[in-house]
Design a protein around this ligand. Structure first.
Ligand code: NAD
Length: 405
C-alpha cells in the first residue's frame, strides 16, 4: 500500500486520480490529503473520493499527512511549485503534463530532483494507448529502418479545441500556450517513438480564429446577450459535473469556466507550425490547429527502408470505426497494413493502462519504456518552450541552451 496526496482538486485530479485511488486501486493506494487554493473544489474531491482530509495549506498537508508521493494536478503554471516542494519534503511526485511551462522552471525541477534523489514521473497517457504503442513496436522492429524524417499533424476541433479558449489555458502565463500545454503530448509521442532528443526548433504561430475576431461577444456564455446566435455558446452551467466543479466554486476565486472564445484577453495561438531537428539528424515538421471541423492526428515517418503512416480520429466520420490502421510502404512497392482493434477507455485507452502502472502492486514489465520521468517531461515541453521563443524572436532556438541557462 502506497500513500498519496493530491495538489490540485482539478477535474483531472478528481476523475483520473482521486476516483481511481478511491475505487479500483483502494487496496494498493491510499489518499491521505487534498489541497487546492479553491476549498469548494477540494471538498468536492474529498466527498467524491471517500472523505479524503482537506487541507487549507500545502505545507500543513505535507507535515500532517506525510504522503509518500504527491500527485500534481493544478493549473500548469503552478506544477513546478508543488513538484519542487514535494521533492524537498522527501516525496516522489506524479506530475500531470506539461511538467511545467518555461525553461527556468524546468531547470529548477531537474536540479531539485537531482539534489533530493526523489523521483518525478510525468504521466504521458498517450504512450499507453494501444495504437500509439503499436507504432512504437513497429518502429522498434525496424519496419522502416533508420528514421530520417517525420510529418506530424494534430487538429483539434471546434468543440474540444474551442474549450482551451474558454478556460485558464487561454493565457500563456497559465499554460505556456497550446505548443506547451497540448503539444507536450505530441512531442512526447514523437520523442518516444524516435528514441531521440530535440536539438533545434523553429516555429511560427498565429491567432486567427478565436480572440476578438468578431464584435458579437460577451464575457461568458452564461450571461451572453448573443447566446441564441453564437455557434460557440455552451450551457455548462446546467451540467451537474461542471456546476459542482466550477460554477459552485466561483465565489472563492472568480474563475469562470465558460469564458467567451472571442475575448480580448486571449493571448495563445490557435494555428501553429514547428520544424524540429533531432540530435541524430531526423527532421520533423509539426502542425497544430484548434479550429478543425473534426479532430484527430496524422503522422508519417520516412525511413531508410520505407514509410509508416498512422492516424487517429477523435471526432468526425471515422470515430465509429472498430479498428485503426498502420500502413507501411516498403521499397519493393508493397504496402503492409496492420489492423489494430480500437481500444475502449479514456484517451484512446491510455488512461486506464497508465493507472494500472501507477497504482497496482503488480510487477509489470516495461520493455518499451512507457513510464516517463523528468527527462522525457523536459524534452517534450522544451520543444514547445523553444517554439514559443522562436515565435517571439523569429529565430531558431537551441534546446541545449534552454537546459544550461
Ligand atoms: N493527461 C491528460 O490527458 C490531461 C487531461 C486533462 C488535464 N490534464 C492536466 O491536468 C491538470 C489540471 O487540468 P484540469 O483541466 O483538470 O484543470 P481544472 O481547471 O479543472 O483545475 C485546475 C485546478 O488548479 C487549481 N489551482 C489554481 N491555482 C492553484 C495554486 N496556486 N495552487 C493549487 N491549486 C491551484 C484550481 O483551483 C483548480 O482546482 C493540468 O495540468 C492539465 O494539463 C491532463
Amino acid at each position: 500500500m502506497k500513500t498519496y496526496a493530491i495538489a490540485g482538486a482539478s477535474s483531472r485530479g478528481l476523475y483520473m486520480y482521486g476516483k481511481a485511488i478511491a475505487g479500483p486501486y483502494h487496496e494498493t493506494a491510499r489518499l491521505l490529503g487534498v489541497y487546492d487554493i479553491n476549498p469548494v473544489r477540494a471538498h468536492l474531491l474529498s466527498r467524491e473520493c471517500g472523505d479524503v482530509p482537506v487541507f487549507t495549506s500545502f505545507d500543513a498537508m505535507m507535515q500532517q499527512a506525510h504522503p509518500e508521493c504527491v500527485i500534481v494536478t493544478t493549473m500548469d503554471r503552478y506544477h513546478h511549485e508543488y513538484i519542487i516542494r514535494s521533492l524537498q519534503a522527501g516525496c516522489d511526485v506524479i506530475s500531470e503534463k506539461p511538467m511545467t511551462i518555461d525553461d527556468a522552471r524546468c531547470r529548477a525541477i531537474l536540479e531539485t530532483e537531482r539534489q533530493t534523489g526523489k523521483r518525478v514521473v510525468v504521466t504521458f497517457n498517450y504512450r499507453f494507448a494501444p495504437y500509439v504503442t503499436r507504432v512504437k513496436e513497429l518502429l522498434r522492429e525496424g519496419v522502416i529502418g533508420r528514421i530520417l524524417s517525420v510529418d506530424f499533424e494534430w487538429f483539434l476541433d471546434t468543440r474540444h479545441g474551442a474549450d482551451y479558449f474558454r478556460r485558464w489555458h487561454r493565457r500563456k502565463e497559465n499554460s505556456g500556450g497550446l505548443l506547451v500545454h497540448k503539444a507536450t503530448h505530441h512531442f512526447d509521442m514523437i520523442n518516444w517513438w524516435l528514441e531521440d532528443e530535440p536539438r533545434t526548433v523553429f516555429a511560427t504561430g498565429t491567432r486567427q480564429f478565436y480572440g476578438p475576431t468578431r464584435s458579437e461577444r460577451g464575457e461568458r456564455c452564461s450571461t451572453c446577450p448573443h447566446l441564441h446566435t453564437c455557434e460557440f455558446y455552451v450551457d455548462y452551467a446546467h451540467d451537474p459535473h461542471m456546476r459542482a466543479l466550477y460554477f459552485d466554486a466561483e465565489t472563492e476565486d472568480g474563475y469562470f469556466r465558460d469564458q467567451c472564445v472571442f475575448s480580448e484577453d486571449i493571448d495563445i495561438e490557435d494555428t501553429m507550425n514547428a520544424t524540429v531537428q533531432y540530435r541524430s539528424g531526423i527532421s520533423m515538421s509539426y502542425s497544430l490547429v484548434a479550429h478543425s471541423p473534426y479532430e484527430g492526428w496524422r503522422v508519417s515517418l520516412s525511413g531508410i527502408n520505407g514509410r509508416l503512416e498512422a492516424q487517429e480520429y477523435h471526432s468526425g466520420s471515422h470515430t465509429g470505426d472498430a479498428t485503426q490502421l498502420v500502413e507501411v510502404y516498403n521499397r519493393r512497392g508493397e504496402t503492409v497494413t496492420y489492423e489494430i482493434p480500437k481500444a475502449a477507455g479514456n484517451h484512446a485507452g491510455g488512461d486506464e493502462r497508465l493507472l494500472e502502472r501507477l497504482f497496482s502492486e503488480r510487477e509489470i514489465p516495461d520493455p518499451l519504456g512507457h513510464m516517463a520521468g523528468s527527462r522525457a517531461g523536459a524534452m517534450s515541453i522544451l520543444i514547445g518552450i523553444a517554439a514559443n521563443k522562436s515565435i517571439a524572436s523569429g529565430s531558431p532556438i537551441h534546446i541545449e541552451n534552454l537546459l544550461k541557462e
